[in-house]
Structure formats: C-alpha cells, structure tokens
Design a binder for this molecule. Structure first.
Ligand code: BG6
Length: 495
C-alpha cells in the first residue's frame, strides 16, 4: 500500500504547521522508508518563492524540529527533489486549475493509480473556499484515491461543526475526510488501546466494580505564545477538551471493539460520547471550573499574564484552564467520576491518564491503616515521560510487617531502543495508506460539541469573572482543587 504514488498538496505550505510538523514528519517517513518511491509534495502559499527557496526554508524547519536533529545533506537533497512550491492565492480558481494540471502531469509520469491528498493546514475560515474549489475542479472525484485532511479546530461550536460537516459531506465521501486530532497519533495514546485490549488481565477489572475514579490531565508550562489571536476566540475547552481530552477519555472508557477496523473503533468511541451525562444548569457550579493565568515566573523567566499576551484582548475572559467532572451512564461506568483538566502556564508539562482503583474490601495487616497505605493506581503517562506505572502495595524489607506502595513500571525509554515516531508521522502515513482509525469521524466531532455546549453557553452568558485566578507556575485555580477534593480525591501528578 505504501508504494502507491502520492501527490501531497499542503495549503498553508509556508505556515507554521507545515514547517514544524508536516514536512519534518514526511522527511522522517522518507528516512524510515515509508514514503512511496514516487511522491510529490506541493506547498501552496501566496509568497513569491521558487521551489528552491521553499526547499531551503523547509530545511531549516526540519533541522530544528525533526526528532532526528540536523538533516543529513545528501538525504535532504534526495528528499527535497520531491518538494515543490505553488505561489498562488487559494481564493483564485486558477490555483486549482493549475493544481489539476500538475496532478495530471504526475499521473501521466507515474502511470496507474495515484493518491492525491489535500492537506488544509490553514485557518478554518479558508476551509470552505478550498473545499469548494477542489470539488468544483473535480480534483477529488476518485473517491478511493483522493483525500482531504482537515486540521482542528473543526467548528467553533455544535452548529458550525454541523455546517462544516454538511458542506464537506456534500462534496466528498466520509471515507475521504480525515479530521485530524494529533493526540490520536501519539505513540502512548495508541498504546492505551493495546494495553486494554491486548492484555487479558485488564478487562475484568476495567469497570465500576474495581475502578474508583479516572483522571485525565494535560498540563502545559507554555502560555499561548504567538497564537493569542486564535486562542482568545477559542479557550481551553474548545482548544483541548472538545478534542484531545475527550478522545483520551473515549479510549479509556470504550467497550472492546470486535476488530481494529476504523469504523468499528470509532463506533465504540462515539458510544461513549453518547452515554456521557449531559450537564444541567444546576450541575455547573460543582462540575466545571475555568481559570485564566496571570503573570508569574517559570523556571527563572518572568512571563506575562494571559491578558498581556500578544493578540489577546486586555480584558479577555477566555479561559486558559478548564476542569470538568463527567459521568458515563452505562453499565461499565455508572457512578465512576471522570475528572478532566487542562491548562496553560501550569507548574509542569505532563499528560497523564490515571486510573484509581478501589480499596481492598478488608484490611488484614495489623498496621495496614498506616498513612502509607494507598489503593492500586495505574498511571499512563503520555508525555513527556512515556510510561505506564502500576502502583501496588509491597512489604517493606524488615522483620516487621510494614506495607508501602511501590511502582511496577513500563518505560518506553528503558524498554525499547528505537526512536518513537512523532504523532504526525503516524497520521500522515495513515492518510497515505487510507486508514481512518485515528481520525475523527463527523459524528464524533458533533457528539463532543454537543456534550460541551451547555458549558460553553453558560460560560458565555456569565462573563463577570475574577480573572486572572491562577498564577503562572501553579496547578491552576484553587477551585479546581475543590472540584475533586469535595469527593475526597486530589489531582495526581508525577513526582
Ligand atoms: C493543540 C492546541 O491542539 O495541542 C495547543 O491547539 C496545545 O494549544 C497543543 O498546546 C498541545 O499539543 P502537545 O502535542 O504539545 O501536547
């Protein structure tokens, strides 16, 4: 399959995503021999660049952002022969006519079937124009071989997501639409499914009988950086929870799929979203929390507050932190809280999924009630540490019976000496081979929006906030601690 000749068209070819992620990922796939023998990458942008200028700029990006470090000049020269630049406006019909010509020329040269992938690495306001032009010029009529990849955000709310789905599905088949959620391409995220469904000992305990609660936490030390303009319209709930965090939750909570077929897996995930308890107005005060960071210091550097960031309204009420408590109303999860939080400018960058098991039903050891006693806990660390830790109780060496918790650890670094591919490597390869398992289906995106709309609406209608309410380098607002402490738990962090 990987040998199918491929034309890769990147709208937003001079943008940040192409520079930092897409081209470094294609380069790594090339080195690892995953790219087909015949392929071309055409970057579209308005700048007046020659193919050579374009290649030079991309080389700098690969130098900086490839997991392999600086490029090898010989390898780069061979790879970069496949890169082309199209200096043209995405609003002009002639741009698409020209692309059509280029695609036809490659098809003629390579003979046989050719995959054509249109990657929309542009701001969402351009999605419609590009998609309509691709359809009008009949560039994607070969359903089996042409694909369109859409970056997030997919819609701004339920209504706009529905509209976008309607528009895309009117022009392309769902099997051609690849909605990216880059978290799904992360090695450790994919391993959640393997861990659950390739090990027989997990399934019997993976339910309300043994699990006390689940935590999903994605904290970032970074602020909004240069993305203030986008972020101020989005906020943490739209930017992270609607997509990445809910996808993690689905992987933890889904029923075992019967096969690893894309639709089977996505059906099981969307079942979770449908089973999630809807928020009612009276729930919001104790089930959701929002926050915004103020100025502070991170690792010796003074950092501005959110309202002082470039592109951000100085009176902005956009949340940079969100924490929510969810329930899933089905047989497996009834009564088990799922606590989810994410925030920027927090004390640590760490993405963790924590499964807290219930306590033993009866203490048999004389000093078992000592404060060291802890229930079993499974921590799947997605990044930066890539590990799975199972905390168990053990007897401390000595003549007395003292019990303390210890970790059984599976650590990627210590276990494998191969490098871990970047999320975009996995996802770009999947678009080339036509595997949609790790991409969002239209109904999943809508179900996630639907779940969060009551929160978004309530937040929008109540704007008199005490922001900022957490300082940089903290764990978020104190009320987020209260959200979980009320139930007798606390947010788990790695030491
Ligand atoms: C993106 C968000 O989707 O994910 C960013 O828009 C966020 O705001 C990023 O920083 C986090 O991704 P990662 O891979 O760095 O955890």
């Amino acid at each position: 399959l990987k040998d199918k000749p491929t034309v890769f068209i990147i709208f937003g070819g001079t943008g940040d995503l192409a520079w930092r992620k897409l081209v470094p990922a294609l380069y790594n796939l090339y080195i690892d021999k995953w790219m087909p023998k015949e392929f071309a990458v055409i970057g579209n942008g308005r700048s007046k660049l020659s193919d050579d200028d374009f290649r030079e700029t991309l080389k700098e990006g690969v130098d900086q952002f490839s997991r392999r470090g600086k490029v090898d000049n010989e390898v780069w020269n061979n790879f970069s022969k496949h890169l082309y630049f199209q200096s043209a406006d995405i609003k002009n019909v002639s741009t698409y006519k020209d692309l059509g010509k280029r695609i036809r020329a490659f098809k003629k040269e390579w003979k046989g079937d050719v995959n054509v992938i249109f990657y929309l690495a542009v701001a969402p306001r351009f999605f419609t124009t590009i998609a309509e032009n691709i359809a009008a010029q009949k560039l994607a009529t070969d359903v089996a071989h042409s694909r369109i990849v859409i970056e997030k955000p997919f819609g701004h709310d339920l209504e706009s997501a529905r509209e976008l789905n309607k528009l895309l599905c009117g022009m392309f088949d769902e099997s051609q639409i690849y909605r990216i959620d880059h978290y799904l391409g992360k090695e450790t995220v994919q391993n959640i499914m393997t861990f659950r469904f390739a090990n027989a000992i997990m399934e019997p305990v993976w339910n309300r009988n043994y699990i006390d609660h689940v935590q999903i936490s994605v904290s970032e030390q970074l602020g909004v950086g240069g993305r203030g303009g986008y972020y101020d319209e989005a906020g943490a709930l739209r930017d992270m929870v609607q997509n990445h965090l809910l996808q993690l939750l689905c992987l933890v909570a889904m029923e075992p799929p019967v096969t690893f077929d894309a639709d089977e897996v996505r059906n099981r995930k969307v079942d979770v979203l449908h089973a999630m308890r809807r928020f009612h107005a009276e729930d919001l005060s104790h089930m959701v929390v929002r926050g915004q960071y103020g100025p502070g210091w991170i690792e010796g550097d003074e950092v501005p507050g959110y309202r002082q960031e470039d592109g951000v309204n100085p009176e902005s009420n956009t949340e940079t932190f969100a924490a929510l408590k969810f329930f899933i109303d089905n047989w497996r999860w009834q009564g088990v809280p799922f606590y989810v939080r994410t925030g920027k400018r927090m004390h640590q960058s760490a993405s963790l999924v924590t499964i807290q098991f219930k306590d033993v039903p009866h203490y048999v050891f004389p000093n078992a009630s000592n404060e060291n006693w802890q229930q079993n806990r499974l921590v799947m660390s997605i990044q930066p540490e890539m590990s799975i830790r199972l905390q168990v109780q053990a007897k401390r060496p000595g003549l007395d019976m003292t019990i303390n918790p210890v970790d059984m650890v599976f650590d990627y670094k210590g276990t494998y000496d191969t490098d871990t591919p970047e999320a975009y490597e996995t996802l770009l390869l999947d678009t080339m081979v036509g595997d949609q398992t790790l991409f969002m289906r239209g109904d999943q995106v809508e179900a996630a929006w639907e779940l969060l709309m009551p929160v978004l609406n309530a937040w929008e209608s109540k704007q008199s906030l005490n922001f900022p309410n957490y300082s940089a380098d903290s764990w978020g607002p104190e009320i987020a601690e209260a959200l979980i402490a009320r139930d007798g738990f606390h947010w788990f962090t790695l030491p």
